[in-house]
Design a binder for this molecule. Structure first.
Ligand code: ADP
Ligand code: MG
Ligand code: MG
Length: 510
C-alpha cells in the first residue's frame, strides 16, 4: 500500500467542535473506567479519585489488510513463543550465562533462578500461561515502495492496556454515535470500526489456566507493583473473572508475598494469606492459588533485593500455573527476537503439517533487520555506527524508556564496554507513515485540552496460550483476543502510555 492511500488525518473540525469532542471524550472516559490513579492517590488505604487515561479524539486510519494479517499471524506467534519457552537448550544458549544473561544482570538473575529450579528438580507444574501482545507499526519507507506490517516487539510478560484499549475503542464509537464526528470524514462510519473484546478474551485465558488447575475454590493471584497507577486496566480483568467465571482474585506485591506466600513442601500447593487489613482476625485463612498472573517482575526495580528473587523462585516452584513462567518471560527478550531472524531458527519451531512455507514467509515478512552488537568481533558495533540514523538499539528490558536512538547511538557505543555488547541488539527503524495527525488529550487533561499533533501509531494484537509438555508431547491451546492502538507525537522516539509518551487510540479501517 503506497502511503498515498491513507487519508488526510485528522479530518477538519472547528474549534468549537474540538471543545465539544474533548468534553464528551473526557467525561465518557471518566464514567466508563478509561482511567488511571492520579499520582497523589496511589497510597493505601483506598483511592478517592481518578483521572482519565490519555486518549486521542479520533481513531487512526489503519489498512484493513494489515489488520486482518496481524490477527491471522497471532496464532502462529502464540505457538512460536510457546515452543521457544519449552526449548530449554535454546533459552540457555541465548539468555543464559553464556548468552545475554552474562552481559545483562537482570536477565542473568532470572535465568539463574530458573536454572536452580531445574537443578533442584523443583518445577512441579508443566503448564505455562502466556498473555501476549505482538506490537507492530506500518513501515512506509517512501511513496514508491510497498508499505508493510512490521513487528516492534513481542511481549510475554505484563502485556498491559488490554482492557483500557477495549474502552478507548468504545470511546471512539461513542463519539461517532453522539456527534457523527460532525460529518468530518466519510471514513468514520460504523462498518469501519472493528470490535475489540480484549477484556473477555484475556480473562478467558486466565480462566482457562484456572480450570486446568482444577480446584474450583482456588484463587488467581495478581502480582502487582506497589504504587501502580494503571490499576483499572488490571481491575477490569478481575471484575470479568468474577462476574463471568466466578473466579476470585487476590492482589499482592512481591513485598507482601515475601511474608504471605507458602508452598507446601509435599504437595507444592501455593497458599497465600490474605492482607491483614482485609482480614483482621488472628486466624487468617490462607487461600490456594491456581494461577499467578505477573503484572510486576518485568523490570529490575521490581527486584530491589535478593529476597524479591527468592519470592519469585518460591512462586515458580509451586504447582500454580504461572503467567508467565521464567522461561516464557525470557522468551520475550529482545535478544530472542533477534536470534529468531537468523537462518534456520524459525524453521526449527514452525514445522509439521500445521505450518506452511507461506506461514513462515508471512512471519518473516513482519521483521525488520536485527543484529547483535557482539556479532563477529567489532562487526556488529561498526555496522551500528555506520547505520546509526536508521537504527534503534535495545537492551533486555521491558516497559519503555530503555532504548537508544539514531544520533545518540555513536556516543553511546563509545561508552559501551565490550562485555556489555551481548546485552544489546540493533534494529532497523520502522518508518511509520508521516503526516498523520490526531488530537491528543493528556492523562487528566489539565488546561491544555486536545492538542493537535503529528503522530505515529503502534498497533498491538493480544493473544493467549496455555501450553506445556507432558509425556514428551507438546500441548498448546491458544487464541487471538483483540487489539490495542497507542499513538504518540511524532517527535517522540518512544511509545509507552504508562511512561507518558503516548495516548490510547483505536482504529478506523481503510
Ligand atoms: P519496550 O519493551 O520497552 O516497550 P519496545 O521494543 O517496544 O520496548 O520499544 C519501545 C518503543 O520504541 C516502541 O513502542 C516504539 O515506539 C519504539 N521503537 C522500538 N523499536 C522500533 C523500531 N524498530 N522502529 C521504530 N520505533 C521503534
Ligand atoms: Mg515490551
Ligand atoms: Mg513495547
Amino acid at each position: 500500500m503506497p502511503r498515498g492511500t491513507l487519508p488526510e488525518w485528522p479530518p477538519q473540525i472547528t474549534e468549537a467542535q474540538r471543545h465539544s469532542l474533548t468534553l464528551l471524550a473526557t467525561t465518557y472516559a471518566l464514567s466508563h473506567g478509561l482511567i488511571y490513579l492520579p499520582v497523589a492517590d496511589v497510597q493505601p488505604p483506598a483511592p478517592t479519585s481518578t483521572i482519565h487515561a490519555p486518549v486521542s479524539l479520533f481513531p487512526s486510519p489503519f489498512p484493513r489488510r494489515w489488520f486482518e494479517e496481524a490477527r491471522k499471524l497471532q496464532h502462529i506467534y502464540n505457538v512460536l513463543y510457546a515452543k521457544i519457552a519449552m526449548d530449554d537448550d535454546f533459552l540457555d544458549r541465548v539468555m543464559g550465562e553464556d548468552g545475554a544473561g552474562r552481559a545483562d544482570e537482570f536477565t542473568g538473575q532470572l535465568w539463574k533462578k530458573w536454572k536452580q529450579l531445574r537443578d533442584e528438580n523443583a518445577i512441579s507444574q508443566p503448564l505455562h500461561l502466556g498473555l501476549f501482545r505482538s506490537d507492530y507499526m506500518i513501515h512506509a519507507p517512501d511513496e514508491d515502495k510497498p508499505a508493510g506490517l512490521k513487528q516492534v516487539e513481542f511481549n510475554t510478560i505484563s502485556s498491559s492496556f488490554g482492557t483500557l484499549s477495549e474502552r478507548s475503542a468504545q470511546l471512539h464509537r461513542y463519539l461517532f454515535a453522539a456527534t457523527n464526528y460532525y460529518g468530518a470524514s466519510p471514513l468514520l462510519s460504523s462498518e469501519n470500526f472493528p470490535v475489540n473484546r480484549t477484556t473477555s478474551g484475556l480473562a478467558e485465558g486466565l480462566a482457562e489456566a484456572h480450570r486446568a488447575y482444577n480446584v474450583p475454590e482456588s484463587y488467581i493471584l495478581f502480582v502487582v507493583q506497589p504504587g501502580e497507577r494503571n490499576v483499572f486496566d488490571q481491575r477490569w480483568l478481575e471484575y470479568e473473572l468474577l462476574e463471568t467465571h466466578s473466579i476470585h482474585v487476590i492482589r499482592q506485591t512481591f513485598d507482601e508475598l515475601a511474608g504471605s506466600a507458602h508452598v507446601d513442601p509435599k504437595t507444592k500447593v501455593l497458599r497465600v494469606t490474605l492482607n491483614h487489613s482485609l482480614n483482621p482476625s488472628t486466624e487468617v485463612p490462607s487461600i490456594e492459588i491456581s494461577t499467578v498472573y505477573f503484572r510486576a517482575g518485568y523490570t529490575p526495580t521490581d527486584f530491589p533485593t535478593p529476597v524479591h528473587y527468592d519470592t519469585r523462585y518460591l512462586l515458580e516452584s509451586s504447582r500454580a500455573i504461572k503467567c508467565p513462567t521464567i522461561p516464557l518471560q525470557l522468551a520475550g527478550g529482545k535478544k530472542v527476537q533477534e536470534v529468531l531472524t537468523q537462518p534456520g531458527v524459525l524453521e526449527k519451531y514452525l514445522t509439521g503439517p500445521e505450518f506452511t512455507s507461506a506461514d513462515l514467509a508471512a512471519i518473516r515478512e513482519t521483521w525488520m533487520e536485527m543484529w547483535s552488537l557482539d556479532q563477529s568481533g567489532n562487526e556488529g558495533v561498526d555496522k551500528a555506527r555506520d547505520q546509526a540514523l536508521d537504527l534503534v538499539l535495545k537492551p533486555q528490558r521491558e516497559g519503555g524508556g530503555n532504548n537508544v536512538y539514531k544520533e545518540s547511538i555513536p556516543s553511546f557505543l563509545d561508552n559501551l564496554a565490550k562485555s556489555e555488547r551481548e546485552a544489546w541488539i540493533a534494529m532497523k527503524l520502522i518508518a511509520a507513515p508521516t503526516d498523520m495527525g490526531n488530537y491528543l488529550v493528556r492523562a487528566g487533561g489539565g488546561t491544555e485540552g486536545a492538542v493537535k499533533s503529528e503522530v505515529i501509531s503502534e498497533f498491538g494484537i493480544f493473544g493467549w496460550a496455555l501450553f506445556g509438555r507432558t509425556d514428551d508431547q507438546e500441548h498448546i491451546k491458544d487464541k487471538e483476543v483483540g487489539w490495542l492502538v497507542r499513538t504518540k507525537a511524532k517527535e517522540s522516539n518512544e511509545g509507552g502510555v504508562a511512561a507518558g509518551f503516548s495516548v490510547l487510540d483505536s482504529i478506523v479501517l481503510v
